[in-house]
Write a protein that binds this ligand. Sequence first.
Ligand code: SF4
Length: 69
Amino acid sequence: MQVSVDRDRCCSSGMCVTNAPDIFDQDDRDSLVRLRQTSFQPEQFAALRLAADLCPGGAISVTEDDRQS
Ligand code: SF4
């Protein structure tokens, strides 16, 4: 699974950090999203999909990889 965040679309809601604090963080200076990790384990996939679905800015992109999902 590939995950990317678009800081230009992030509105600093913090929803992703609330739902998946091990994966997402907010920058101390501007509160925009940052990824804590660049590779993910299968047990994290559901949280990643949920974070993408719930992001109010549409800033989280999840690309499925057939070999891992
Ligand atoms: S949920 Fe979306 S808009 Fe909110 S902080 Fe995370 S990436 Fe930004």
